[in-house]
Design a protein around this ligand. Structure first.
Ligand SMILES: Nc1ncnc2c1ncn2[C@@H]1O[C@H](COP(=O)(O)OP(=O)(O)OP(=O)(O)O)[C@@H](O)[C@H]1O
Ligand SMILES: [Mg+2]
Length: 252
């Protein structure tokens, strides 16, 4: 059987500066992988390559053993979703509106905000679907409040809900616990693990917080200066001498 995702010998440079260097790994359906590494190691760039936001220079990225379309929206329809390091919310719009717009954008509809503002062209089944996703991420009781009034932890949950509208098979989560306090991080971990269990989505989690990585990821890979320097169980990777000197020594 094919792996869900096969990243094989992928490299990416910017203006001659190699940012992702010969990266290879596989991920099976429903599995979770932690991706760790110091600032600038190339983690977000690798995500952008997988999501189709950046073309790769060499290597291959396969989903279910097949090549991917180049455009990010087409990759999203093949089942790849991602969250962003910085959460962008729109003033005045409710939490539910944010998820509805993401759903409509995923369906390829034009001008979804305009639809919402002028006449609310959303079906009850779309609303029901979005409410189910909000329930999954623990926000059902706040669906009707403006999203900008939420705490950072809850904003991250909105971001996650938006990524889930297309029923992805692979979720790329870029530092979801960044800036959260201990309790907010614990809530986010519970949400991520619930999403995994309920939907079967495979997750690649980039996080500087080792506790979050340990709590969510089945296996871990560590990157340094664009290359994978260790892979395996959480314990194996964090005790690897190269990882300890290149990353753990500097991490915040
Ligand atoms: N579009 C771009 N053009 C040029 N250089 C870029 C671009 N995007 C990223 N880089 C550079 O590539 C390197 C890796 O960046 P990347 O954002 O992938 O790191 P990261 O591992 O996600 O770091 P962080 O933990 O800080 O988020 C950095 O040196 C960055 O400045
Ligand atoms: Mg990054």
């Amino acid at each position: 059987m094919n792996h869900l995702l096969e990243v094989d010998d992928v490299s990416k440079s910017f203006g001659g500066h190699a940012v992702v260097r010969h990266v290879s790994f596989v991920l099976d359906a429903g599995a979770s992988l932690g991706l760790v590494g110091s600032n600038g190691a190339g983690k977000t760039t690798l995500f952008r390559c997988i999501a189709g936001e950046l073309p790769i220079d060499s290597g291959s990225i396969l989903l279910d053993g097949a090549a991917l379309p180049s455009r990010p929206d087409a990759r999203a329809r093949r089942g790849i979703a991602r969250t962003f390091q910085i959460v962008e919310l729109f003033g005045g719009q409710t939490v539910l509106d944010h998820v509805l717009v993401a759903l409509q954008a995923h369906q390829g509809r034009q001008g979804p905000w305009r639809d919402l503002v002028h006449g609310g062209r959303t079906s009850s089944s779309e609303r029901e679907k979005c409410m189910n996703i909000l329930a999954l991420v623990g926000l059902a009781d706040r669906a009707e409040i403006p999203a900008t009034t939420l705490s950072l932890g809850d904003r991250r949950a909105v971001e996650l809900a938006r990524a889930l509208v297309g029923e992805p098979r692979l979720l790329l989560a870029d530092e979801p616990s960044s800036g959260l306090d201990g309790e907010e991080s614990r809530i986010l971990i519970r949400i991520l693990n619930r999403v995994r269990k309920e939907t079967g989505v495979a997750v690649i989690l980039v996080d500087h917080d080792l506790g979050t990585v340990k709590a969510v990821a089945d296996t871990v890979i560590a990157m340094d200066a664009g290359a994978v320097i260790a892979a395996g169980s959480y314990e194996t990777v964090v005790s690897n001498p190269q990882v300890m000197s290149s990353w753990l020594g500097q991490s915040s």
